[in-house]
Design a protein around this ligand. Structure first.
Ligand code: AMP
Length: 210
């Protein structure tokens, strides 16, 4: 099963992709995480991507298509995967098709913009493993500000600042939202409302895709 999770930044794609992937033993591929890890490791790609990410803009298609191509060729993707945050433009969707990757379903996780701005102010991410939390909805279970999985401290992503969030939403509506019609046309789109309670949303996601 190969899936795409589509939705505005902060809609909860990462959280629900992780839950669905665990349940179905699928690999999760997040271009945002791959880019953040490139930045952390100081690679040339990371340096190029950082400028765009800091301002809330999309990283150029060529760079992202390059990293996704490499990642999808890794062995864990052979038994199915969820793409979280890719494609984000029609050009990226076309590139995915050109790679011969077949997609079974596209989940469109819908959340209103105002809800997203409020939600993102509580978002935290592990500085080591990248696992995401929310201070209200999905706080760490063991200790405040500490990752349950690896024990590292939780941080606020630089691009989760409110001004940057608004810019990311603007970019989402301009460049990514057209993918909803694109995949609807292909007959593989399913839309789920992202609710306040992540467990309710997970249930809806499972029902929609299983
Ligand atoms: P995310 O973690 O998916 O919210 O991504 C964080 C940032 O990484 C985005 O705001 C973009 O700057 C960049 N990014 C992630 N995925 C893509 C993509 N598919 N195309 C272009 N830029 C991306």
């Amino acid at each position: 099963m190969n899936l795409i999770f589509l939705g505005a930044p902060g809609a909860g794609k990462g959280t629900h992709a992780a839950r669905f992937a665990e349940r179905h033993k699928l690999a999760t591929v997040s271009t945002g995480e791959l880019l953040r890890s490139a930045i952390k490791n100081g690679t040339e790609l990371g340096k190029q991507a950082n400028v765009y990410m800091q301002s809330g803009d999309l990283v150029p298609d060529e760079l992202v298509i390059g990293i996704i191509k490499e990642r999808l060729s890794e062995p864990d993707c052979a038994n199915g995967f969820i793409l979280d945050g890719f494609p984000r433009t029609i050009k990226q969707a076309e590139a995915l098709k050109a790679l011969g990757v077949s997609i079974d379903r596209v989940l469109n996780l819908h959340v209103d913009d105002e809800v997203i701005v409020t939600r993102m102010s509580g978002r935290r991410v592990c500085s080591e493993c990248g696992k995401t939390y929310h201070v209200l909805y999905t706080p760490p279970k063991k200790a405040d500000g500490i990752c349950d999985d690896c024990g590292a401290s939780l941080t606020i992503r630089a691009d989760d600042a409110p001004e940057t969030v608004r810019e990311r939403l603007r970019v989402y509506h301009e460049k990514t939202a057209p993918l909803i019609a694109y995949y609807e046309n292909e007959g593989i789109l399913v839309t789920v409302e992202g609710r306040e309670d992540p467990d309710e949303t997970s249930k809806a996601v499972f029902e929609a895709l299983e």
